[in-house]
Design a protein around this ligand. Structure first.
Ligand code: NAD
Length: 514
């Protein structure tokens, strides 16, 4: 295992670095006197003290969003796409600075942060194209001289609550698509990554200021924790909510927004698995597994957490994984040699250790998992953990948001698929095989029950074109890709009678006396 602490500044320099990055985007430096403390997971230093939004502010924010919606829905969809094109151009121009900001605020390595900014650019391109394609169908009417068709209309105010681990991409999926669909937006970013939100929203505001048709309050940011998220969930004038985070958070939001029949798109927890069969290309599987399990320090919703190895390869492949994990470099996320940056905070470390303790009690053999104290300032750096388990015990079925990979043996493929499906979650899954029968079985109705079903690719790293999301306790939402735009619009079914007669559907007779 390579550890690196020789790179880049620690302490107050991170705050200066962030202020410089914001200035390069044409934005003001962050507040420092507010009560919402923003710390860098890289070294624990204080980056900002922001002024949080209060619950009393929410009515005013929503009422401005309602007014913005009224103006925006009148703008033709291709003209709405033009705003997203301008915003995407800005993001493209500032990609390196935005990626650095994400690394410093969130701790992910620069390569992954660049990937996250690229995802924002990609979804903007996608949404621009979509702005000329959203539309309904004409359907055959059973009645002569009738025209049966579907129309899609903007819904209203769109509220988005995002998690810390993808501080820009998740917002961009929902917001780019929702804006071309004609909604206005309110974004509550994670209280652990609000500076990234202010930077991206600031660039969008610059694009809005240049657009004669876009209203000023088209996309507002509100800052704070769960209480502000709850206020959005309960507000009667927010028509759609997209919430990304833990399953417990989604349940709370559904309880509040569901009673007022708001539409809620949930992107919640995952406990993703991969199966490696005897025919697999093991060199390919090894790289994919290490990236999926330990990339982003195990803090992706699609992180690989459970690995089922065929019993014939279990011992040798486990040893290869342990050896290869030792080659990974841990340290400052802006050091180009580093594969694994810090955990988000101390709480994440405590949860990781508690899970490893339970795994030991449930018969697990733990390799790694220790803290690397003092590696970069007060950042929380850990060795990734590989845990050999005798079976899929209770702790393995839980999502622990940390770099822990549980390994279990299997004998028959259908047994491995049942184990893959035996958690409350249903986000991402993979099989490594060169046997077409195994690959097809895994993708079939008898196979994985997840929203993402991959073959010879890890569980993480989805492309924006496919519908992204998961089933069961992952929430069932699809935020972007494929036909997910329909989640951001209301559908009207319309029948026009141009026949001059009045035939009723299903042949019902309703005659009045002459
Ligand atoms: P979290 O649930 O603690 O917080 C997520 C967001 O919800 C934050 O903005 C938070 O302030 C807000 N929030 C918390 N409680 C709330 C409540 N009761 N009502 C309204 N808002 C509330 O999650 P996190 O620690 O930021 O992120 C990690 C979790 O997110 C993991 O479970 C991960 O799997 C999940 N996640 C899922 C996806 C996906 O696409 N399925 C993507 C990223 C993260």
């Amino acid at each position: 295992m390579t550890l690196t602490n020789s790179f880049a500044p620690a302490g107050a320099d991170s705050a200066r670095h962030v202020a410089g990055l914001l200035a390069s985007l044409g934005l003001d430096g962050p507040d420092v006197n507010g009560s919402l403390a923003v710390r860098s997971p890289v070294d624990g230093s204080l980056l900002a003290g922001l002024e949080p939004t209060t619950a009393a502010d929410i009515d005013g924010v929503v009422s401005r969003a309602v007014q913005a919606f009224d103006a925006w829905r009148r703008v033709p969809a291709p003209a709405r796409g033009e705003l997203i094109r301008r915003f995407g151009d800005r993001v493209r121009m500032h990609k390196p600075a935005l990626a650095r900001l994400i690394s410093l605020e969130n701790g992910k390595i620069e390569q992954e942060a660049l990937g996250e900014v690229q995802e924002v650019i990609d979804i903007c391109d996608y949404a621009v194209g979509l702005s000329r394609q959203i539309g309904g169908r004409t359907l055959p009417s059973e009645r002569p001289g009738h025209h049966l068709s579907e129309h899609w209309h903007p819904m209203g105010v769109f509220g988005l609550v995002s998690a810390f681990n993808f501080p820009a991409a998740v917002w961009s999926w929902g917001m780019a698509v929702s804006l071309v669909c004609g909604n206005s937006g309110i974004w509550k970013p994670s209280e652990k990554a609000p500076l990234t939100a202010l930077a991206f929203a600031g660039l969008l505001d610059q694009a809005i200021a240049e657009d004669a048709q876009a209203p000023a309050d088209l996309m507002q940011v509100v800052l704070g924790g769960a209480a502000i998220g709850r206020a959005l969930a309960e507000h009667p004038d927010i028509a759609i909510l997209s919430v990304t985070g833990s399953t417990a958070m989604g349940q709370d939001v559904l309880g509040r927004a569901g009673t007022r029949f708001a539409r809620v798109i949930c992107e919640l927890g995952g406990n993703n698995a991969a199966i490696v069969t005897p025919s697999a290309d093991l060199a390919l599987a090894l790289r994919a597994i290490l990236f999926s399990a330990f990339g982003t320090a195990g803090q992706r919703c699609t992180t690989l957490r459970r690995l089922f190895l065929h019993q014939s390869i279990r011992a040798t492949f486990t040893q290869r994984l342990i050896d290869a994990a030792q080659q990974m470099c841990i340290g400052h996320p802006l050091d180009p040699a580093v594969h694994i940056g810090p955990l988000i905070d101390e709480r994440a470390f405590e949860r990781m250790q508690a899970a490893l303790d339970q795994a030991r009690q449930q018969g697990g053999r733990v390799h790694g998992g220790e803290r690397l104290a003092g590696l970069v300032g007060d950042g929380v750096y850990v060795l990734p953990a590989i845990v050999e388990m005798p079976a899929q015990t209770a702790i393995v079925r839980e999502e622990t948001f940390a770099p822990i990979l549980y390994i279990m043996p299997y004998a028959e493929l259908d047994e491995a698929v049942l184990l893959n499906n035996a958690t409350p979650y249903g986000l991402s899954s993979s099989i490594f095989t060169q046997d077409i029968r195994e690959a097809e079985y895994f993708q079939s109705a008898l196979g994985s029950d997840c929203g993402i079903v991959n073959v010879n690719i890890g569980t993480s790293g989805a492309e924006i074109g496919g519908a992204f999301g998961g089933n069961k306790a992952t929430g069932g939402g699809r935020v972007a890709g494929s036909d997910s735009w329909k989640n951001y619009m209301r559908r009207a079914t319309s029948t026009v009678n141009f026949s001059g007669a009045l035939p009723l559907a299903q042949g019902i007779r309703f005659e009045l006396p002459e």
